[in-house]
Design a protein around this ligand. Sequence first.
Ligand SMILES: *Cc1c(COP(=O)(O)O)cnc(C)c1O
Length: 230
Amino acid sequence: MLKENLDKVLENIAKACERSGRKPSDVKLLAVSKTKPESDIMELYDASYRFFGENYVQELVGKIEDLPKDIEWHMIGHLQRNKVKYIVGKVAMIHSVESKALAEQISRLSEANGLVTDVLVEVNVAEEESKFGVSCDMLEDFLREIAQLKGIRVKGLMTSAPFTENAEENRKYFRKLNKLMVDINLKNIDNISMSELSMGMTNDYEVAVEEGATIVRVGTAIFGARNYKN
Ligand SMILES: *Cc1c(COP(=O)(O)O)cnc(C)c1O
């Protein structure tokens, strides 16, 4: 059943790619499994799916320990500096870098382990007060500040657009994140060459793909509504 949901989302991504002249293979779908049981993840794993996103460090670490080692995990939630040590070396990418202190901590612990960690910089494109992320105005300075850190590789940008029933309302934010990436790349900042755009969730991933998303993060459409009381 979950596999059917996943296939439906993949099909919608393929159609959005077709509409916008892109290749489906250029878009990675992360199945966002936060709050969902390991059995749900295994249902998709057994159907050959390997790309999962999680938000909470403790939950993520538990799942990594329990589940097969060839799953590709992405940390997409807000990350506190003191918790970086639990996930460095265990995740393929950290999507939520939004402070210099956090970037430094990821870099330091990665270097100590002989690793370079792929990261995305979270941008608060819609400038919502409740959201984490670097503001658009500060992005270039922020990238220049973290560009020399040896234990991280900045692969691109991530955003969580506002919650809306009407995905079209978020198109402008996705377009803006894409433009920010293009503009920054044109500045040829040493060590900064970005290609990934992590944007789009259950309500708006198709529009995000039309606007250039290379990673979409979809939970509810695959696993059903979340119950945070569990
Ligand atoms: C929960 C979450 C998602 C998935 O949200 P859905 O609306 O369930 O698809 C994506 N990105 C982030 C950062 C999340 O916290």
